[in-house]
Write a protein that binds this ligand. Structure first.
Ligand code: PMM
Length: 272
């Protein structure tokens, strides 16, 4: 899944693809690089980001979704608003990616159930402006797994079918760096829930701080790397996600992740 943020303020690519023409060109480039889905988002979910109103979000994403769908691209819409999801489904989106897992908008489950499309349920504890204070866990993998299963049960009760659901542990959403690393290490316990799993680590803050040398640990004085310099680390997390049985990875640099997944595919082929 390639990321296409048509926002002025997303953390790594805000403002770059905000006019529809360049956004569509970027979406087609993601497909050419090997993306099977293009995830179009019109509201930044970075920690501390301000919410946007539905009309603004719709105006940003609908023209891009429509045109990409007309080009035959499988488009997903990254939104927490039912009305934005519905408008994108009307113009050809095939998947709704709701980082609140249907919690932010009570109408969302109904829209997804009626459309029958794939629905991504991300682990979410609250809006971006409160994420950091909500990052408190005893056992992050167990708690995220339990919370996701609870959301799945609620969505099934609201009328979605099991085949529609994909779960996502929500890297960076109310999680500090230690929580994100623990989740990545314990990802097989999330895939073990038995649902399709989407993993979104791309360019996230925790990847900006890595040991400089084997065994060196983290240097507390070192500056984190810039978001655009985290694509190799992202490709590595994509490989780990694939090994843990993920269904998809959501990434900005599709080419780097394709290479990592190509390595995994070749090695798994040899092993089989
Ligand atoms: N992360 C972001 C946005 N949407 N969707 C899913 N399913 N999972 C994620 O981890 C996720 C997401 C934030 O990253 P961005 O600002 O680079 O898009």
């Amino acid at each position: 899944m390639g990321v296409l943020n048509v926002t002025p303020d997303s953390f790594s690519d805000g403002g770059v693809w905000s006019d529809p023409g360049s956004a569509v060109a970027r979406g087609l480039a993601l497909v050419a690089a090997g993306a099977e889905l293009v995830d179009v988002g019109g509201e930044s979910t970075r920690p501390g980001a301000r919410p946007v109103d539905a009309e603004t979000e719709r105006a940003r994403v609908v023209p891009v979704v429509r045109e990409l769908a007309e080009h035959g691209v499988s488009v997903s819409v990254d939104t927490m608003k039912a009305s934005v999801a519905a408008a994108c489904l009307d113009v050809g989106a095939v998947l709704v990616n709701d980082v609140s897992g249907g919690l932010a908008d009570p109408q969302m489950a109904q829209v997804a159930a009626a459309a029958g499309v794939t629905f991504v349920v991300t682990h979410w504890r609250g809006p971006s402006d409160r994420m950091d204070e909500l990052a408190v866990y005893d056992d992050v993998v167990a708690e995220v797994g339990t919370a996701l299963q609870r959301r799945v049960d609620a969505l099934l009760a609201a009328g979605l079918s099991p085949g529609q659901l994909v779960v996502d542990p929500g890297f960076g959403f109310a999680k500090d760096a230690g929580h994100n690393w623990a989740l990545l290490a314990g990802l097989d316990r999330i895939t073990g829930l038995g649902h399709r799993v989407l993993v979104g680590t791309s360019r996230k803050r925790f990847l900006g701080r890595l040991p400089a040398r084997p065994g060196a640990g983290l240097d507390p004085q070192a500056e984190p790397s810039a978001a655009l310099e985290r694509d190799m680390a992202t490709a590595a997390t994509s490989l780990l996600a694939a090994q843990a049985g993920a269904w998809a990875v959501r990434v900005h640099d599709v080419g780097a992740t394709r290479s990592a997944l190509g390595v995994w595919e070749m090695v798994s082929g040899v092993r089989v």
